[in-house]
Each structure stands twice: as structure tokens, then as C-alpha cells.
Design a protein around this ligand. Structure first.
Ligand code: 8YV
Length: 313
């Protein structure tokens, strides 16, 4: 038991906050009316940050916490955490890998099915009483198609397992070929987009992957192509994507992630060839409970001087 002071950057489910508050002195940063004042007055008491994947921890925030020892991230993606700065200061960083893999893979396939098979439109068709009056337009088959994966890490492999069960032919693009993966490696992203009908993006966010899905890739994906993004909004050039969806350069997109979440580009709402999700790939009760537990396990290990379960830095 420790009463270490923790800065909770954004809300967690109530059950996680209750657990954290039973063990630590938790400061709910998002509720602070004057964050600068809070940091000036209490910054030196904070020994840990608990954050979320999309909120991260900037160098500026960490700089205002002179006694910060650890950043525990609720999420696998650490692109919003300034890892270089953390390394320089000797601040430990942990994330929540593995526990969310299957759920994010599920939503990738769910978005693909929803987009190709027009599930939201079909739902609206039934609800609005059109069934029986007009015909539901025919849609696009998913099974047996060519699927390109951009990224073949843990989640990419879980998506590939599902797509294989749909009889899809799978190839992938990533920084390096994955020797344990039997699907074809394609080092040229434009060539992959040209080859496939469905392009699913699941690479880490950050500078190295910024806008890798650009106008050229979308053009190569083509008028029959569907893009699914369950990675980060930063991986896709959103202006190029919106233009491609508006003018039919690609057929459709299923998107769980965006730039400027939750205030997404309003043009997405006017498109009827997109299925939109509120960055909810890991958002099941089961996975979110496991993520919260892992955040706490990492903090507990740190404060007990033990080996961290899932360190990044
Ligand atoms: C979560 C995520 O949506 O794992 C990640 O990197 O972005 C997601 O799992 C997020 O961290 C929860 O707010």
C-alpha cells in the first residue's frame, strides 16, 4: 500500500478509478479548471502519470512534474507519449499489450463487414420502413477477397487469422518481413494497395508512419477498394481520404480512428460510404477491465521495486 500521488490524465471506467483511489492519491487532471495552476502548486508531488493511448504524456507535461517516476498507459499505442524525453529523464513507461489484441482485430473485421455489406445502411433501411417498398441495393462480398494488411504486429496477425477464416488471400506491408508469418510480404505499399481490394491499417502511430496512406496509395487501392483504419488517425492523410471518398477514387472506408478525436473532420459525417467508430476498438468490458488491471499491476510493481510487467521504457 502506498499513497503515492498519481496524475490521472483522462477518465478511466469508474471501477478502475475506484481501485486506483483506494491505493493512491489520485488527481483527476481533466477535471482541473486551471491546469497550469494545479501543476505549479502540486506538480512536485506527482510520482506517476496514468494516461490513455490517445491522450499520452507530452514532454511539456512531464517537464512540469519534477518527481515523476513512471507513466502507465491504458492502451498499447505509446505514440502520444514522448518516449525520448522519458528515456532522457529515466522515467519508466508501460502500456497494455496483448489484452486488447483480439478485440481490436474483431473491430477491424467488423468495420470491413459493416462497410462492404452496408450493415448500417441496411439497419436504417429496415427501421425506416423501406423494406417491402423498394429494394435494398446489392453490396460487396468480403469472403475470398484479397486483403492487404499495413502492419503485421500482434494485432495485424490476429486480423490475418480472422481474414484467413473468411478465405481471404492476404499479403502485408511492414517495416520488416515477419518470419513466423506465412502470408506474402510486400515491401511496396503502393503495390500492395494495387493488389488488394481491402486495405487494413494497423501500424503504430507516430512520425515514422505519418500519412503513409496518402493520395497515391488511395489511388492504387482504386474504385473497388475499401480502407479500414484501426491504428491511429495520423497514419492516413485525411484530406486525401475525404477527397478519395467524395470522388469515388475508393469505394468506402471503415474508420475507428481520426485526427483531432473526438472533434473529427465534419466532412466525414456527410459521406454515406464511411462507417465511423468512436476509437472503440478495445472498448469491451472484458478488455477494458484487463487493461485497467495491467495499468495498476505496472504501478504496483514500480512502487514495490519489482520488475514491470509490460515496460516500454
Ligand atoms: C484505447 C488505444 O482506445 O490501445 C491503444 O493504443 O488507443 C486504445 O486501446 C485507449 O487507450 C483507451 O482510451
Amino acid at each position: 500500500m502506498t499513497s503515492a500521488d498519481i496524475l490521472l490524465v483522462g477518465a478511466y471506467p469508474e471501477w478502475d478509478m475506484t481501485e486506483l483511489e483506494a491505493t493512491y492519491t489520485v488527481h483527476r487532471f481533466w477535471e482541473c479548471a486551471d491546469k497550469d495552476r494545479f501543476l505549479a502548486d502540486f506538480g512536485n508531488t506527482i510520482r506517476a502519470i496514468a494516461t490513455r493511448g490517445e491522450l499520452g504524456a507530452s514532454a511539456e507535461l512531464m517537464r512540469s512534474l519534477p518527481n515523476l517516476e513512471i507513466v502507465s498507459c491504458y492502451g498499447v499505442g505509446t505514440d502520444a507519449i514522448d518516449l525520448a524525453y522519458a528515456r532522457e529523464r529515466g522515467i519508466r513507461v508501460t502500456n497494455t499489450p496483448d489484452v486488447l489484441t483480439e478485440d481490436v482485430a474483431d473491430i477491424a473485421l467488423g468495420l470491413l463487414l459493416a462497410t462492404a455489406r452496408h450493415i448500417p445502411q441496411a439497419d436504417a433501411f429496415v427501421r425506416s420502413g423501406q423494406w417491402g417498398k423498394t429494394s435494398m441495393p446489392l453490396v460487396t462480398r468480403v469472403s475470398g477477397k484479397r486483403l492487404g494488411l499495413v502492419g503485421m504486429g500482434r494485432i495485424g496477425q490476429a486480423i490475418a487469422r480472422r481474414a484467413a477464416a473468411f478465405g481471404c488471400d492476404i499479403r502485408y506491408f511492414s517495416r520488416n518481413p515477419q518470419p513466423q508469418v506465412s502470408h506474402g510480404f510486400e515491401p511496396d505499399l503502393v503495390a500492395l494497395a494495387e493488389w488488394c481490394e481491402f486495405l487494413v491499417v494497423i501500424v503504430p502511430g507516430g512520425e515514422a508512419t505519418k500519412n503513409i496512406i496518402d493520395a497515391q496509395v488511395l489511388k492504387a487501392l482504386g474504385a473497388d477498394g475499401i480502407l479500414v483504419n484501426v491504428s491511429r488517425g495520423t497514419t492516413v492523410d485525411e484530406d486525401a481520404l475525404i477527397a478519395a471518398l467524395q470522388d469515388g477514387t475508393i469505394k468506402a472506408a471503415g474508420l475507428d480512428v481520426f485526427l483531432n478525436e473526438p472533434t473529427i473532420d465534419p466532412r466525414f459525417r456527410d459521406l454515406d460510404n464511411v462507417v465511423l467508430q468512436p476509437h472503440h476498438g478495445s472498448g469491451t468490458i472484458e478488455t477494458r477491465k484487463a487493461m485497467g488491471q495491467l495499468v495498476r499491476d505496472n504501478l504496483a510493481a514500480h512502487f514495490a521495486g519489482q520488475i514491470l510487467p509490460t515496460p516500454i521504457v
